[in-house]
Design a protein around this ligand. Structure first.
Ligand SMILES: CC[C@@H](C(=O)O)C(=O)SCCNC(=O)CCNC(=O)[C@H](O)C(C)(C)COP(=O)(O)OP(=O)(O)OC[C@H]1O[C@@H](n2cnc3c(N)ncnc32)[C@H](O)[C@@H]1OP(=O)(O)O
Ligand SMILES: [Co+2]
Length: 145
């Protein structure tokens, strides 16, 4: 079921501060404009790497899921990893059948790439918060990579 690594999520109190690491120290040159995703309670900025992306996420609003993490890690840190799957409902049902907890209602929500996503609880994933996202498709129905 597990597919391509789409991105690594990095929680930060400030995207501008975090960019000093990824752009200024590590030399990333392709930094996308930051944007708000109110439905997910985050502000997002993607940094391209040669074979994947870093997703910088900053809390947006009082209900942001990042507040607990940043209370434990005030300077931010690695928050989640995201893998593509061909069918999000099939992936969710398979993970549930294997005894994993899907966070929230379990209904997929639209993520930053415009495709449905779910999160699997870190207690079932060896301490790693895992995001699964449906593989982006082109207009012709082919994988958009
Ligand atoms: C940009 C949009 C989208 C995309 O398209 O890519 C995103 O990526 S949005 C990213 C932000 N959204 C989410 O994270 C949604 C899912 N997350 C949650 O529901 C919560 O954050 C959480 C995972 C349930 C954690 O909630 P929190 O209140 O912070 O902590 P708890 O006290 O409930 O913690 C329970 C347990 O889990 C450990 N934990 C928490 N966060 C992480 C983490 N990021 N990685 C690993 N482990 C984590 C926490 O330490 C607790 O452990 P124990 O103390 O051992 O119980
Ligand atoms: Co993500």
């Amino acid at each position: 079921m597990i597919g391509r690594l789409n991105h690594v999520g990095i929680a930060t109190p400030s995207i501008e501060e975090a960019l000093k690491v990824w752009r200024d120290l590590l030399g990333a040159t392709r930094v996308h404009p930051a944007f708000d995703l109110p439905a997910q309670g985050v502000r997002v900025c993607f940094v391209d790497t040669p074979n994947s992306q870093i997703e910088l996420i900053e809390p947006l609003g009082e209900a942001s899921p990042l507040h607990g993490f940043l209370a434990r890690n005030p300077k931010g840190g690695q928050h989640h990893v995201c893998f593509e799957v061909p069918d999000i409902i099939a992936a969710r049902d398979e993970m549930r059948a294997k005894g994993c907890t899907i966070l929230g209602t379990g209904e997929p929500r639209i993520g930053a790439h415009g495709t449905p996503i779910i999160f699997v609880h870190p207690k079932d994933m060896g301490g790693v918060l895992v995001e699964l996202m449906e593989t982006p498709q082109n207009a012709d129905g082919m994988e958009a990579h």
